[in-house]
Ligand binder design. Sequence first.
Ligand SMILES: [Ca+2]
Ligand SMILES: [Ca+2]
Ligand SMILES: [Ca+2]
Ligand SMILES: [Ca+2]
Length: 314
Amino acid sequence: MAVKGCSFGNVEVGDVNNDSNPDMVVAYNGGSSSCIGSVAQSGYFVLLGNGKGGFQAKFTGYGEFVSQVKLVDMNGDGMLDMAVDDGYQTGHLICVTCPTPITVLHGNGDGTFDTTAAHHVLDGWRIGGLVLGDYDVDGRQDLTLLSRGQRDDADGGLVPDSEGILLLKGRGDFTFEEPVLIAGGTTATNAQYADFNGDGLPDLVFGLDTSFQDVPTYYGLVALPNLGGGSFGQPLNFLEPQADTNTLLGDFNGDGAPDVLVAPYGPGFPSIVYLNKGGSTLSLTANPTTANQGDSIDLQATLSVLPRRRRLEA
Ligand SMILES: [Ca+2]
Ligand SMILES: [Ca+2]
Ligand SMILES: [Ca+2]
Ligand SMILES: [Ca+2]
């Protein structure tokens, strides 16, 4: 296996050959611009686990500059497929406005993926991250892509306000509906789905990297509530330094509700944990609903507390 000092992308864990032992896939950039004086083919490594801590690695050449791979069963056949973010490079130079093709490779169930019949999901957009999840809860996997902009073929630049988050509803057969852009004019450092309010719909949380909005409506740590049917509500913003919001999810206090850890990229900022208060809401109703100055009215406060999943299971 020749690595030659080139950069790796991300690592994913999953059982790609269906032997119940966890395996790994690793994105490999290749290309001379990320290597030290050498040229290497871009692609990905598959490391098949033997269940005892050992792995057998195999490299497969693919793409121009594979930066991210994600494992998911896109067609529901029980075998993990692989979504691939390729690009940021043309020739041997990293290109900041070049589109990054998104493809899905069909998993053969034996640790290999069909690179000869890649399913092209999206071309012409510069993508900075892949997020998996069935956001419309129809049982078919969807794709959520972090857009760094759509290439403007007229001038070779980027279409204004085309940064944001692209929602691609999956049809379950490696094809997707037309992308829908939300959070336009912003770029996210990363994004993840979790059901923060316990309504069964996965909500989206991300850290803001850059805003190009004239009047900012997204900043810091952003949570987008899932309204159902594939749509998301207004952002809930939490103040954080811009471009410093790498988000990690976990249930850090063991109450069954997902929390968010904001980890700084650089020195000087502390890590912050946002503990989820669940879907609790406080509302106030007046009786009568209208009154003149000097009249008395009754106010009734209602506190609604959604049951947490762990409590339901107990
Ligand atoms: Ca395996
Ligand atoms: Ca599959
Ligand atoms: Ca879906
Ligand atoms: Ca939810």
